[in-house]
Design a protein around this ligand. Structure first.
Ligand code: G4P
Length: 527
């Protein structure tokens, strides 16, 4: 198949949601449709159960699962679909944000009873920044839910995106009857024992005035649906695919993932409207997927589960050309040529060595500790892809060596864990002490545990009171120098040597922003 055709049939996306909305369940149903798995329950939930924060075995188990499900590929309707998994626990949100740099679209799952939740909002902010096309799936309609029009308004208002329902529910909770598909103009009737099967019973209804409707859902709900559909068609414009592709309009579906209801409609529409791999912005230019020369970037690094080997898997997103096994590629950061004898692809739970991969595909590369998040591979051009975010951490502790004999092991462990993007390392300008900054508190435990088990090093945490770390830059060198002098006790450098201001309080930060107008305070930096 020509490169062009391989690109056209690829759909690389992530399912994102606030924890418990049904992300894992929906993902599993999509895999069932794709024939990638055959029984429900095959995809393990990758969320860290509440109250398990100090259960290290649980963390290890989760890491094992998240390697297995990092990428799930399957074929459906002639398309090659790659689902990228994202961690459910919000302490690992940064990992999710980075994964979003490797997808071409997303499906957001919302719990119909709870509506838009905190994590949904944050994830949508990242999608909006990147203009990622978004489809919304409102889940759990088998339970008492908010009114559909209220939910649509809430999504529009809270997620700052225009919506267009492509399906509409007939009641919810115990009286839930099904979903009318506005896109295909048919009715899917709900039966609650669809867990194992991939097909819901559908009734073709071209004309909603048809008495057939009332036969299936009763007079009252039939009338309600007619009114609702009339209102939808009156209030919302025709579905505009270009607006969706620009990230301005979100098509909305309703259903119940656990009952496998509304999922087929979602998938059918998804393969039709979701984008194939999009151009990727790099520092010097934009890279088109159709370019014949291979290029790609590492968006995630995962440590091996075996503590005797420090090998890792780097996840490479192919941005252009054809990736080939055993071909030499330039590792841009080091300037070295490298080839890979066993690059892996992921089909649901199976890993297999591949000979070729195309734009949109994710390839697993064996790494002995040389790669970092953001690393680019090309056929010679010094490209650097942009937009892989590293967010300002909000939790800080000093890290101290607890075993003087293991200094080297500790340094190596910290270095490699930082490359994986587990946390960020800052060095205080005041006293040269090392400070670890994370997005969530759980990371401190993960770091300590992994340093012990993978690097045979031990560390101790000491408290430090910092409100936020932000990167500071300015074209006004004099003002920057003045700022650094005055704020000496609060200055640090990150691992790339960039200046970082460690604000004690939100007030101190606001004051600094007020007093030093020429300085940019950045809350996200790039790898
Ligand atoms: P997450 O990955 O977004 O965190 O959510 P997950 O799929 O694990 O789903 C969270 C809970 O919601 C699960 O129940 C799941 O069974 C349930 N769920 C998902 N979709 C639906 C739906 O359409 N209707 C209803 N009523 N429930 C749904 P749990 O009790 O936490 O786990 P489990 O023991 O049932 O697996």
């Amino acid at each position: 198949m020509a490169l062009q055709d391989e690109i056209a049939r690829r759909r690389t996306f992530a399912v994102i949601a606030h924890p418990d909305a049904g992300k894992t369940t929906l993902t599993e149903k999509l895999l069932l449709f794709g024939g990638a798995i055959h029984v429900a329950g095959a995809v393990k939930s990758n969320k860290i159960k509440k109250g398990a924060t100090s259960d290290f075995m649980e963390i290890e188990r989760q890491r094992g699962i998240s390697v297995a499900t990092a990428v799930m590929g399957f074929e459906y309707a002639g398309c090659k679909i790659n689902i990228l998994d994202t961690p459910g626990h919000e302490d690992f949100a940064e990992d999710t944000y980075r994964t979003l740099t490797a997808v071409d679209s997303v499906i957001i799952v919302i719990d119909g009873a709870k509506g838009v939740e905190a994590q949904t909002r944050k994830l949508m902010d990242v999608c909006r920044m990147r203009r990622t096309p978004v489809i919304v799936f409102i889940n759990k309609l088998d339970r008492p839910s908010k009114e559909p029009f209220d939910l649509l308004d809430e999504v529009e208002r809270e997620l700052h995106i225009r919506v267009r329902p492509l399906a509409f529910p007939i009641s919810n909770g115990p009286t839930f009857k099904g979903v009318y598909n506005l896109y295909e103009k048919n009715l899917s009737l709900f039966t609650s024992d669809e867990k194992q099967t991939a097909d819901a019973s559908t009734v073709e209804i071209d004309d909603l005035a048809s008495p057939l409707l009332a036969q299936h859902v009763g007079d009252k709900l039939a009338e309600q649906l007619r009114q609702d559909v009339e209102l939808v068609e009156g209030v919302y414009d025709e579905f505009d695919r270009d607006a969706y592709l620009r990230g301005e309009l979100a098509p909305v579906f309703f259903g119940s993932a656990v009952n496998n209801f509304g999922v087929r409609e979602l998938l059918e529409c998804f393969v039709r409207i979701a984008p194939s791999p999009r151009p990727a912005p790099a520092e010097s230019r934009t890279v088109e997927p159709q370019e014949t020369k291979m290029s790609g970037f590492v968006f995630k690094i995962h440590a091996n589960m075996d503590p005797n080997h420090r090998d890792r898997i780097a996840f490479l997103k192919i941005c252009s050309g054809t990736f080939e096994r055993n071909k030499n590629y330039l590792h841009v950061r080091s300037g070295k040529q490298m080839k890979f004898s066993s690059p892996t692809a992921f089909m649901a739970e199976k890993k297999s060595v591949i000979d070729f991969a195309y734009p949109g595909d994710i390839v697993g590369l064996h790494d002995t500790g040389n790669f970092k998040i953001g690393d680019t591979f090309t056929e010679g051009e010094a490209l650097k892809f942009t937009g892989i975010p590293s967010f300002a951490p909000e939790q800080f502790r000093y890290i101290e060596n607890a075993d003087p004999m293991k200094f080297k092991q500790l340094a190596k462990g910290i270095d490699q864990l930082m490359d994986e993007g587990v946390a960020q390392l800052f060095t205080s300008a005041l006293n040269g002490r090392k400070i670890i900054g994370t997005v969530g508190a759980l990371q401190f435990e993960v770091i300590q545990y992994r340093l012990e088990h993978e690097y045979n090093a031990s560390c101790r945490w000491e408290p430090i009171s910092i409100y936020k770390a932000c990167w500071v830059e300015s074209d006004n060198a004099e003002q920057l120098a003045d700022f650094k002098r005055r704020k000496h006790t609060n200055m640090a450098v990150d691992k790339h040597g960039r200046d970082v201001f460690l604000a004690d309080t939100s007030y101190a930060l606001a004051l600094a922003q007020e007093n030093f107008k020429d300085i940019r305070f950045a809350f996200a930096s790039e790898f």
